[in-house]
Design a protein around this ligand. Structure first.
Ligand code: ZN
Length: 115
């Protein structure tokens, strides 16, 4: 198993804008306060945690920022559910992906967007 490969995460999140659809924002940036690092070379993912249950999958990527020398966590939460329709015989599984930024102590820094 390639440990490095396993630490991959999406480079972009999508945020919903009221009237202009969706906007793409880069996840190659440090989400900690007072840090403006947007250089992916200074961001080092080093640990991944995955927690699954029947309703959702949560993946946490721990990332070290080499600019402010702190650690933050990107949390990817995929919520799975089945949309039931009486008209269609098919049940289409739907999933929604939410991204949050957490600090080193897993304190929520806010909802970033969708993936
Ligand atoms: Zn930083």
């Amino acid at each position: 198993m390639d440990e490095k490969e396993d630490l991959n995460y999406p480079s972009y999140a999508f945020i919903a804008l009221a009237r202009r659809g969706m906007e793409k924002i880069s996840l190659d940036q440090c989400f900690l306060k007072n840090c403006d690092n947007e250089d992916p070379k200074l961001l080092e993912p080093f640990k991944k945690e995955v927690v699954k249950d029947e309703k959702k999958t949560v993946e946490k990527i721990h990332i070290k920022c080499k600019k402010c020398n702190r650690i933050f966590i990107l949390k990817f939460e995929t919520i799975n559910y089945v949309a039931k329709s009486t008209k269609d015989k098919e049940e289409k599984p739907l999933s929604i992906g939410l991204i949050y930024a957490l600090d080193e102590n897993e304190k929520n820094l806010g909802h970033i967007g969708y993936f």
